[in-house]
Design a protein around this ligand. Structure first.
Ligand SMILES: Cc1cc2nc3c(=O)[nH]c(=O)nc-3n(C[C@H](O)[C@H](O)[C@H](O)COP(=O)(O)O)c2cc1C
Length: 298
């Protein structure tokens, strides 16, 4: 039995990775999780310069998940390259750096800075609902998705994953635009825009008013979108959104994902990723499957 998957020429030992922004660069989690056992670590979004993020409160629990409006707080690419990449290089796992920006030029500055770094893939976040410019503004319009993908592909030395937003009417349009722009892989879903109001304080639960919904509540939407996108494009799909258990991950693999990412689950079960790797292995054993692609619905 072989759990390995190949994403645009990058060989992962298994299809399980962390979802950006829920695992830092693995420093805190490495006490609980043997990072050598992950298919890949996907880092928190990094920009060309440090970003302070949004005012607090920035997270709120809701039924079946959480809302966040972190606003892509990050230390900037210089600190990231000095501090986070050397840390991750100690482990036998693939490194996927999530990139954010407010303008195309800002994204490109980060992509170019990473070209000489020992990074395996880039994930371009064009789908963050929590920043005023950039982010989702790029991700909701198929024309701008294609343009920014083309621009990134011209500069990138590593394979490029475009991370798609679920906050659109038809996600296959933006997926096709990313593919047309040259994306090597697409990942989905980012968070769904939501809002919580505190009825006693009579105000918004988040200072940003709106936030991104993640966790089990979004899973059926995510599975549907992964199914649609994996039938609309030829490039591999990384599926995520509400994965807590191996059963959840397997549902995404059945829907057509080549790999999966685990986000919000890390907050209440730091070793969720490893439980999921083990569970996928047991499932394949049980049904006599040889490789991950055998799981996919035919
Ligand atoms: C606190 C938090 C921070 C996040 N930060 C990022 C980020 O920096 N870049 C990004 O592309 N997605 C970010 N996401 C989105 C997740 O990577 C993922 O797409 C989403 O949460 C759905 O997966 P989940 O339900 O397993 O959490 C963040 C999500 C959360 C909850």
């Amino acid at each position: 039995m072989n759990l390995g998957v190949n994403l645009a020429g990058v060989q992962l030992k298994n299809p399980v990775m962390t979802a950006s922004g829920t695992f830092g660069s693995g420093v805190e989690y490495s006490e609980f999780v043997d990072l050598n056992r992950l298919g890949a670590v996907v880092t928190k979004g990094v920009a060309n310069v440090p970003w302070p993020g949004n005012p607090t409160p920035r997270i709120a629990e809701v039924t079946g998940g959480m809302l966040n409006a972190i606003g892509l707080q990050n230390p900037g690419i210089e600190t990231f390259c000095k501090r986070d990449i050397p840390f991750l290089k100690q482990f036998d796992t693939k490194i996927i750096v999530n990139v954010c920006g407010k303008t195309t030029e800002e994204y490109l500055e980060v992509v170019e800075r990473l070209s000489d770094e020992p990074v395996d893939m880039l994930e371009i976040n064009i789908s963050c609902p929590n920043v005023k410019e950039g982010g989702i503004a790029f991700g909701q319009n198929p024309c701008s998705v294609e343009e920014i993908t083309k621009a990134v592909k011209k500069k990138a030395r590593q394979p490029v994953i475009m991370k798609l937003s679920p906050n659109v009417t038809d996600i296959t349009e933006t997926a096709r635009a990313a593919e047309a722009g040259g994306a090597d892989v697409v990942s989905l879903i980012n968070t769904l825009t939501g809002m919580k109001i505190d009825i006693h304080r009579r105000t918004f639960a988040l200072a940003n008013q709106t936030g991104g919904l993640s966790g089990p509540a979004v899973k059926p939407v995510a599975v549907r979108m992964v199914y649609q996108v994996s039938h609309a494009v030829k490039v591999p799909v990384i599926g995520m959104g509400g994965i807590l258990t191996a059963e959840d991950a397997i549902e995404f693999l059945l829907a057509g994902a080549s790999a999966v990412a685990v986000g919000t689950a890390n907050f209440h079960n730091p070793s969720a990723t490893l439980d999921i790797v083990r569970g996928i292995e047991e499932y394949m054993e049980r049904y006599g499957m040889e490789q991950i692609s055998d799981i996919r619905l035919r």
